[in-house]
Write a protein that binds this ligand. Structure first.
Ligand SMILES: CCCCCCCC/C=C\CCCCCCCC(=O)SCCNC(=O)CCNC(=O)[C@H](O)C(C)(C)COP(=O)(O)OP(=O)(O)OC[C@H]1O[C@@H](n2cnc3c(N)ncnc32)[C@H](O)[C@@H]1OP(=O)(O)O
Length: 219
């Protein structure tokens, strides 16, 4: 497919801070963990690095210096490892992608009780082939988005029971795509949700999912 004029890389959300629903800014996760200043900027930088690495054929010098720098960073981060309940990655619920690098960064534009819409931009890191988003990245997007929305819609502590994705047309990388999610129905613990991924008005993929609210004591 032709891929001559991709959307420019989106600007990081500024200030990269944690914003409460009333618009005020916090430096803590939803469960009270302190987030160091600049943490989500660091995550944005690493996301960009993954895209730059995917897109480049580096010279031997850059390969060697990157390998050395990454080894040093790995050692430094290993010194700061914590148990899962204390980690920050994946827990910044007001930051696109929750600061979890495997999760595509969805920016929420509108959110209500029954539905939300937003946008997402897949970089080269998420390339399948020929300018098209990897088929595995799209269920990841929907699982995260619909899973979060199941929580927002009252299904606190939910797990995916099924996630069905239909790929209707190709989703281009490096393009601003629209995403929607809405609650189809709720039956007790069962939250049925649907989602769509669109390029303009063209439907790229649609998802239907069942999330089950966990019972007390259920893992
Ligand atoms: C302000 C506070 C905010 C808080 C923020 C928190 C921070 C977090 C932030 C952000 C969240 C991020 C979001 C990410 C989301 C990702 C989610 C995942 O990816 S979860 C991992 C993948 N999923 C699994 O690993 C599940 C594995 N499966 C299971 O554990 C069980 O099968 C489970 C829980 C799904 C169901 O087991 P049972 O024992 O609880 O329930 P049973 O009795 O089997 O089913 C209940 C009903 O549901 C139907 N059901 C179950 N599975 C079904 C299926 N696959 N298809 C159709 N129906 C199904 C059954 O037929 C039954 O229906 P009948 O009550 O009889 O009408």
């Amino acid at each position: 497919m032709s891929h001559e004029s991709p959307d420019p890389r989106p600007e990081p959300v500024a200030p990269a801070a944690l914003v409460r629903t009333d618009g005020s800014v916090t430096d803590r996760t939803w469960d009270g963990h302190l987030v160091p200043e600049g943490y989500s900027d660091m995550i944005d930088g690493v996301r960009e690095l993954l895209d730059r690495i995917a897109a480049a054929v580096p010279g031997a010098d850059l390969v060697a210096s990157t390998t050395k720098a990454v080894a040093e960073l790995n050692d430094r981060f290993a010194e700061h490892a914590v148990a899962e309940p204390d980690q920050l990655s994946g827990r910044l619920i007001t930051v696109p992608g929750r600061a979890q690098l495997a999760v595509p960064a969805v920016h929420i534009d509108e959110i209500g009780e029954d539905g939300m819409s937003g946008h997402v931009w897949f970089g080269r890191h998420f390339l399948g082939s020929n300018g098209v988003v990897h088929g595995g990245a799209i269920p990841m997007l929907f699982d995260d988005l619909l899973g979060r929305f199941a929580i927002v819609g009252g299904g606190a502590r939910s797990r995916t029971a099924f996630l069905h994705v239909d790929y209707r047309s190709v989703a281009p990388i490096e393009t601003t795509l629209r995403v929607t999610a809405h609650v189809e129905r709720v039956e007790g613990r069962k939250h049925f949700l649907r989602g769509e991924l669109l390029d303009g008005d063209r439907l790229c993929a649609e998802a239907s999912a069942l999330f089950l609210t966990l019972k007390d004591g259920q893992q």
